[in-house]
Design a protein around this ligand. Structure first.
Ligand code: NDP
Length: 273
């Protein structure tokens, strides 16, 4: 019998996950069906319970339900517990196992696909929301020379630095404190690009060696990547590779097979063009 999976969110119509998992299944010969699930706010548990009762094997979770999935899980991996957010649920033996693959997806995209080491580099993350929470443990595991979080609302960056302190040292700053400093990797994990906006980064933080990475993906350059390009950053990347890599890690957790990602990322890039 075909095993059933889905991605749940609100809204959900835009999700590329069904396409990505269908491509993985085709390439690996795995027999799966993968659909989109919509849930009204406050109805996450009901919709998931119904899907599980129908024989579902796993679920990806996108905005705004990663916290609901965290609370729904019976058991959690360490990275999901630290993130307090779950993007992958596996249903097995009457239990829901929660994991968070966003951070692994980001790290694999940077280290493997872009061939840019994180170890020993000075990393700056812009933003202190759910996306940052999800990626901090895997980023710190790469042993960067230093990790700085800049956020508009400083107290949120400070809270993350405190909470994730046991996994490694994090410096929390406001944007103005970035003046006169440079970084090797700058990750835009704010949602500013979605409103065609730019976080208030001072000029001069990029160097010709800097990787500028926007977690948002888009057809053209996001405002953040356009600024990085104007300041001659060494490498520019958007979050499409991360999206495919986090999906690949979910697929591996569910099926025990590591799918090849580059072809799918290229296909998706063409689709979005
Ligand atoms: P949240 O709503 O939890 O957090 C938003 C963050 O962006 C906050 O830190 C907020 O700052 C900051 N922000 C918003 N607008 C601006 C602005 N104009 N200038 C400066 N800072 C701003 O969102 P998430 O963390 O969940 O998501 C962030 C982004 O990451 C989203 O665009 C999402 O699409 C993307 N993402 C991509 C993934 C991928 O696979 N490629 C995976 C997960 C997320 P403040 O605290 O001051 O309000």
């Amino acid at each position: 019998m075909t095993d059933r999976y889905a991605v749940i969110g609100n809204p959900i119509a835009h999700s590329q996950s069904p396409f990505i998992h269908a491509e993985f299944a085709k390439a690996t010969g795995e027999d799966i069906a993968y659909e989109r699930l919509y849930a009204e706010l406050g109805k996450f548990n009901d919709v998931v319970d119904e899907f599980v009762a129908a024989g579902a094997r796993g679920l990806n979770i996108t905005l705004p339900f990663k916290g609901d999935a965290f609370r729904y899980a019976d058991e959690l991996t360490e990275r999901a517990r630290a993130a307090e957010a779950v993007n992958t649920l596996t249903f097995k033996d009457g239990k829901a196992f929660g994991d968070n693959t966003d951070g692994v997806g980001l790290v694999r995209d940077i280290v493997d696909n872009l061939d840019f080491p994180i170890e020993g580099q000075r990393v700056l993350i812009l933003g202190a929301g759910g996306a940052v929470r999800g990626v901090l443990v895997p980023l710190l595991e790469q042993r960067p020379a230093a990790l700085t979080i800049a956020n508009r609302t400083l107290i949120k960056a400070e809270a993350l630095a405190h909470q994730f302190g046991p996994f490694g040292a994090i410096e929390a700053v406001g944007y103005e404190a970035l003046a006169g400093r440079t970084f090797d990797i700058i990750i835009n994990a704010t949602s500013s690009s979605l409103s065609n906006d730019l976080p208030p980064i001072p000029r001069g933080v990029f160097t010709p060696r800097t990787l500028a990475y926007d977690m948002v993906y888009s057809k053209g350059l996001t405002p953040f990547l356009a600024r990085a390009q104007a300041e001659n950053a060494g490498m520019l990347a958007d979050g499409l590779g991360m999206l495919v890599e986090q999906a690949a890690e979910s697929f591996r957790i569910w099926r025990g097979v590591q799918p090849e990602t580059r072809t799918v990322t290229n296909l998706l890039r063409d689709l979005l063009a």
